[in-house]
Design a protein around this ligand. Structure first.
Ligand SMILES: *Cc1c(COP(=O)(O)O)cnc(C)c1O
Length: 288
């Protein structure tokens, strides 16, 4: 499978931005999860019979892994903390979609979770693959190198010649780090959406050295992951009006810092995550 996602241009607050439309790749396996799991997607079926992973109950990585395992006919087992009754009864969202696609869920008592999860790698047979939370793995580099070469091809076109920098939001930082390493001739902006700048740097450094073309922007206000913020919903709606839908967890913080702290012509690599919007929008609605 080879997909070259297009680049769109939008205007936001009077500024032109370019968007690499990676969210259009697939409804379940899209955005940076497609890039990070690219190597796994190329892996022959008979390599594994089972994949296991762990993390949040509405995680985009969880849904992406479910989609790959379904395609490959691998069993997929996902470990989480106790799941709230609201999530269990919802008929939208990543959890609901992943169950429909065949994910097997194992709920762990919250106080046992950490120890149990760190023990998962000790009992693996050769046909079982463990993927760490969020797909934070050195194998992610391969897919980001593919993205980098796609961008290099597209940047040869006259209409994209003014692009000076690239931006994408960070959770584990895997995407931004490997993109920066694969495109040393461009500035790569990112911002931490989960935890502090120093936590993000720690996670990146566990994978590789942070190159000098990777710039971590810090928003003035401290945001907590998966909490609801008026300005997040506001920028989400503004972006939607300008023609492109983004996610409500990562994209808002990245866009707000880009608007406040950069001036040059930026290409935003859409990191996907739209499958989580229905459940996020329900939370925003319930709040008002
Ligand atoms: C997973 C995810 C991220 C974070 O990616 P990392 O490689 O962990 O930094 C950003 N945006 C969206 C929409 C995601 O689903």
């Amino acid at each position: 499978m080879f997909i070259l996602s297009p680049i769109s241009k939008i205007t936001l607050d009077g500024r032109d931005f370019y968007i690499k439309r990676d969210e259009t790749i697939d409804p379940y396996l899209s955005g940076n999860k497609y890039r990070k799991l690219y190597a796994l997607l190329q892996t022959p079926k008979n390599t594994f019979t089972k994949v296991i992973s762990y993390g949040g109950t509405q995680s985009n990585a969880m849904l992406a892994l479910t989609a790959i395992c379904k395609k490959k006919e691998w069993e997929f087992i996902y470990y989480t903390k106790k799941i709230t009754p609201v999530i269990k009864t919802q008929k939208v969202g990543n959890y609901y979609d992943a169950l429909s696609l065949g994910m097997k869920i194992v709920e762990l008592e919250n106080d046992l979770y950490k120890e149990y999860v760190s023990g998962l790698r000790l009992n693996l047979d050769e046909k079982t693959l463990l993927i760490d939370q969020g797909g934070a793995d050195v194998k992610a580099r391969e897919g980001l190198e593919v993205l980098a070469s796609e961008l290099r091809e597209q940047f040869k076109l006259e209409e994209f010649s003014e692009i000076k920098a690239i931006a994408t939001p960070s959770g584990t930082g895997t995407t931004a780090l490997y993109l920066a390493l694969s495109l040393p001739e461009y500035t790569i902006y990112t911002t931490p959406c989960i935890g502090s700048v120093s936590y993000l740097k720690e996670q990146m450094q566990a994978l590789d050295e942070i190159p000098s073309n990777l710039i971590i922007l810090e928003s003035k206000k401290k945001y907590h992951f998966a909490k609801l913020y008026d300005e997040f919903l506001e920028i989400y709606e503004k972006l939607e009006r300008s023609g492109v839908k983004f996610d409500l967890l990562y994209a808002p913080a990245m866009w707000l810092t880009l608007l406040a702290q950069t001036k040059e012509s930026v290409l935003y690599v859409h990191s996907g995550g739209l499958s989580g919007n229905a459940s996020m929008l329900e939370r925003y609605k319930r709040r008002h």
